[in-house]
Design a protein around this ligand. Structure first.
Ligand code: G1P
Length: 287
């Protein structure tokens, strides 16, 4: 079966970016002139995804509004005959079929993904975390994962090497290298201490799962932080099906903390043709 559905968990409280995230969902914070979540939806669509379920919570209405038609705005732009703006705005509500569901209490990433069971049914599907932006010059990260899924018919997710001091921020795997950039996963542990970590290979926010993951999530008890962890459900899945970890060789940005957010903006600005030269000059002057 083709991977054509995706889930974007966006129910986190964004506490690391308060007070900016008090009234604005962290997924709506701008990376230049686009909210972070639009880049994620674009990555999914570019990888062939047709239907997306975004898991939100109270206070995230702005995400729904962003992917809806903005009737008043479009009418205003039409009256002003501002075609350029219209061409940029109109496709946002038509990129894919986008659905929303609310996670009523912060029970963890595993629980949030579990809420997609009825939407996904028995298809393989993608998960894209709302905090993580990925950039690759040739092929986007999700597309690379889908290619591996199509070949192997097994769940697969993105990995990145991290300094040992940072392993406690991620899910960490153990496994055997089977080809360049590809690991056959043998074990998974959520946010281990550097002493506990079997490797420094960290799970980063793109996954493709078989629908068997839902049974595993249902059996998963609260783990780290008292939350139902996706990593724990993935570990359970290993007892039934093989799983691959793909080392992503592009750039990954964590927009969910202040320094990460700043670095993301600077890099995106340096890649943006219309402003990169003058922005570079400004940075040079400053430094
Ligand atoms: C989540 C996952 C973790 C993964 C990380 C990647 O953690 O639980 O396994 O490594 O995303 O960004 P969070 O960052 O939500 O604490």
């Amino acid at each position: 079966m083709k991977v054509r559905k995706a889930v974007i968990p966006a129910a986190g409280l964004g506490t690391r970016l308060l007070p900016a995230t008090k009234a604005v969902p962290k997924e709506m914070l701008p990376i230049l002139d686009k909210p972070a979540i639009q880049y994620i939806v674009e990555e999914a669509v570019e990888a062939g995804i047709e239907e997306i379920l975004i898991i939100t919570n109270r206070g995230k209405d702005a995400i729904e509004n962003h992917f809806d038609i903005s009737y008043e705005l479009e009418k205003h732009l039409e009256e002003k005959n501002n075609q350029e703006m219209l061409e940029m705005l109109k496709p946002i509500s038509k990129m894919a079929k986008i659905y929303f569901i609310r996670q009523q209490s912060p029970n963890g990433l595993g629980h949030a993904v579990g809420m997609a069971k009825e939407f996904i049914k028995d298809e393989p599907f993608a998960v894209l975390l709302g905090d993580d932006l990925f950039y690759h010059e040739e092929q986007n990260c999700l597309k690379s994962l889908i290619d591996i899924y199509d070949r192997e018919k097994k769940s697969v997710f993105a990995l990145m090497q991290v300094p040992l001091a940072d392993v406690s921020k991620y899910g960490i795997i153990s496994g055997n290298k089977v080809e360049e950039n590809l690991y056959n996963v043998k074990g998974l542990i959520e946010k281990p201490s550097p002493m506990e970590a079997p490797t420094n290979l960290a799970v980063i926010g793109r996954y493709v799962f078989t629908s068997k993951i839902f049974e595993m999530i249902e059996e998963t008890k609260p783990g780290k932080g008292g939350e139902i962890q996706l990593t724990d459900a993935m570990y359970k899945l290993l007892a039934f099906q093989g799983m691959y970890g793909y080392i992503f060789d592009g750039k990954r940005y964590d927009t969910g903390n202040l320094l990460g957010y700043l670095k993301t903006i600077v890099d995106y600005a340096l890649r943006r043709e219309d402003i990169s030269e003058s922005f570079k000059e400004f940075l040079k002057e400053k430094i």
